[in-house]
Write a protein that binds this ligand. Sequence first.
Ligand SMILES: CCCCC/C=C\CCC/C=C/CC(=O)SCCNC(=O)CCNC(=O)[C@H](O)C(C)(C)COP(=O)(O)OP(=O)(O)OC[C@H]1O[C@@H](n2cnc3c(N)ncnc32)[C@H](O)[C@@H]1OP(=O)(O)O
Length: 302
Amino acid sequence: MALAVGMRVLTRALLRPWARGLRVAPGRTGPAAGGGDGMRCFGSPRVLVEPDPAAGVAVVKMRNPPVNSLSLEFLTELLISLEKLENDKTFHGIILTSDCPGIFSAGLDLTEMCGRKPEHYVEYWKAVQETWLRFYLSNLVVIAAINGVSPAGGCLLSLTCDYRVLANNPKYTIGLNETLLGIVAPFWFKDTMVNTIGHRATERALQLGLLFPPAEALRVGVVDQVVPEDQVQSTARSVMAQWLAIPDHARQLTKTLMRKPTADRLLTERDADIQTFVRFICRDSVQKSLHAYLEKLKQKKG
Ligand SMILES: CCCCC/C=C\CCC/C=C/CC(=O)SCCNC(=O)CCNC(=O)[C@H](O)C(C)(C)COP(=O)(O)OP(=O)(O)OC[C@H]1O[C@@H](n2cnc3c(N)ncnc32)[C@H](O)[C@@H]1OP(=O)(O)O
């Protein structure tokens, strides 16, 4: 039932004008294309997929410049790429990384949550929910190669992965910083963080909107490994090999066992969660905070 609802959201998204033609955007043969067996990079304008069929792995590169903000279009393209890889028996694992220098993802796109109509907020929030559910419950091994800063929704996306490797650069902070924007991380953001670093550490991190630099992120457990910047991709590949050595069915069932209760909570409260989001985001005070935050970002330049 829940899956059917998810499929409807995805199908509706695919029917949108900007989503047409996204299914296959054949490109150059990828550098990681498995020893020239002819499998090409594919993807869409904002998501580049570099397949390595020999290894059963695909590198999914987010490229929604300037900051990989998670816009509706971008989320839809990510979902399409994920679905395509999941439906292709060649692939057992994904490395999720960024093609935007210094930025993994700036999180949810603030312009999707500012000055729009309630119907837009409904559509956007459904896509955010769907992305979280699909990545969190993916049967594939998903490893985040975090090669840039990763606040809020960017951090959440990485928390849906099975393992996080972060580049050791003090600028590459990671965390759920929603309170700093005057907004609140929804319960499933919070649950995902609790499952990763525990209740007390989450309570502190979320209330203070902490963005952890690499050493702190490792200490608290937001990431699993911190490595020199030029070793992020190779480390993600070695970790992937280790995870893929485990019998797939046993690993997948264990993942489901661990994650399903958390996902079920959102699945049963999905509509209520949308209503909560729309009510919250439509508040004058919240809109003012978000506008002010966006303005601050823009003024930073000048
Ligand atoms: C009681 C129950 C309540 C239930 C409530 C329900 C829901 C509410 C919660 C919703 C959850 C939200 C989660 C989120 O993800 S919110 C987004 C949080 N993101 C951030 O705080 C990051 C903001 N960005 C930055 O800090 C920086 O941009 C950076 C990522 C560190 C990169 O810095 P830099 O390289 O210097 O780039 P610029 O700052 O100059 O940015 C370039 C360009 O991009 C625009 N931009 C940046 N971030 C976003 C974004 N998240 N969305 C949209 N646009 C963004 C920025 O404004 C610049 O634009 P211009 O070139 O036009 O100036």
